[in-house]
Write a protein that binds this ligand. Sequence first.
Ligand SMILES: Cc1cc2nc3c(=O)[nH]c(=O)nc-3n(C[C@H](O)[C@H](O)[C@H](O)COP(=O)(O)OP(=O)(O)OC[C@H]3O[C@@H](n4cnc5c(N)ncnc54)[C@H](O)[C@@H]3O)c2cc1C
Length: 437
Amino acid sequence: MHDLVVVGAGPYGLSIAAHAAAAGLDVRILGRPMASWRDHMPAGMFLKSEPGASNLSDPAGEDTLTAYCAGRGLAAEHGGALPIDTFTGYGLWFAGRLPVEVEEREVIGVVPERDGFSVTAGDGRPPLRTRTVAMAVGVLPFACRPGALRGLPTALASHSSDHRDLSRFHGTDVAVVGAGQAALETAALLAEAGARPTVVARAGALRWNAPPRPLGRRSLAALTAPHSALGTGWPSWVWSELPWAVRHLPAAMRVHIAQTALGPAGAWWLRERFEAAVPVLLGHRLLRAAPAPGGGVRIEVATAEGDGGLDVLETGHVIAATGFVPDLRRLTMLDPALREGIATVRGTRAPALGAGFESSSPGLFFAGLPAAPTFGPAMRFVHGATFTAERLVRGVRRRLRSTPCAVAGARAGRGMVPRPGGVRRTLPGRPGQPVRR
Ligand SMILES: Cc1cc2nc3c(=O)[nH]c(=O)nc-3n(C[C@H](O)[C@H](O)[C@H](O)COP(=O)(O)OP(=O)(O)OC[C@H]3O[C@@H](n4cnc5c(N)ncnc54)[C@H](O)[C@@H]3O)c2cc1C
């Protein structure tokens, strides 16, 4: 019986595994490392978050983005845009340095048992038995597709997360629905790949973030508008630095904050590229879409004010860059009775979580986007992984303390210890878990 199985190997899952191993827990981590970043984001993309806000978390704070970039001739400086390949390489490097092996296996079943859970992967191997499970499955299960596009074949309509290689749209008209960074950057990359994108958005105007302020500002400026991982100003600072405090706000306020704070806006470095190449149809919402008689898609859009204005567009393909909304119903690997029994944050389908990220189902923990209605907008970004990994592993240990056998395991000294000079090794007593460097 393991102490913890982490489902998902993105920034959150990897950080949780690092903290759990360092705490001496018998942990397994399942998932394709950095899969969202390797397979579901467009080549040529840059991160919107600042390099300093794009660290995964290990307890020693050594395996930072800066540490990865140093010696590789890569830049990760404040005010510079970080290429996706650098970030993906960093995540894989971090995964390789974990003292536990990341097992590239897809979890298809999480079923409660006496004293824990059984976790089944799709590769036919026997289920893992574990006392606790951390669901860190990221954003992909929660892709939000407009109702108007449902029923269209994938050749005609897709979600932005369906694309790694946009060059397949060379020479094609593409309508990109949305006004956030994913919509604006996808459209710019489409234009640069020889496609003819048009952005269609409900918003009356596009919003663009300003370049980040310099880090060393005079104390008055820093006091009135402090810098944080999620931007400049007191609200961003609170979301970034005090996720634990957000949890104590009334549910309706938390949900509102999680949905609206740091809302759709393009990165400052994208604006020039976008405006030079992409036409926009603002103030319009998608009403209907159907295959066009001559090929492609026919979409009807109405003015967002609902004043009766209607337009019809014909395009080769529609990409919905319409984001992700946490919804437990999408986590089909959870046993149906387990899933339906989990308490949710009022007004959402996201799990209500305690201070240690545990759901109402004892031993079942959630990280990343599903935690946003509890802990606020930081959970939507890599930055939230540090807070999450520390707190969640503390929560797991609290849960394990109530089960004597797990405590005995942890006390037996399994797991990782620091060696002089910062080199890590695994202690004996963890068969089958190779030392990774
Ligand atoms: C286009 C785009 C751009 C973004 N840019 C930024 C940015 O610049 N900065 C930022 O901070 N955030 C950004 N984000 C948000 C970003 O997705 C999160 O910050 C970050 O990836 C969250 O990490 P995660 O570990 O929760 O999820 P993910 O990175 O999505 O990782 C989830 C992992 O779970 C695995 N998994 C899923 N289901 C299973 C299963 N059944 N079995 C096993 N494994 C499973 C996946 O394979 C994957 O490895 C962006 C998101 C998108 C879509």
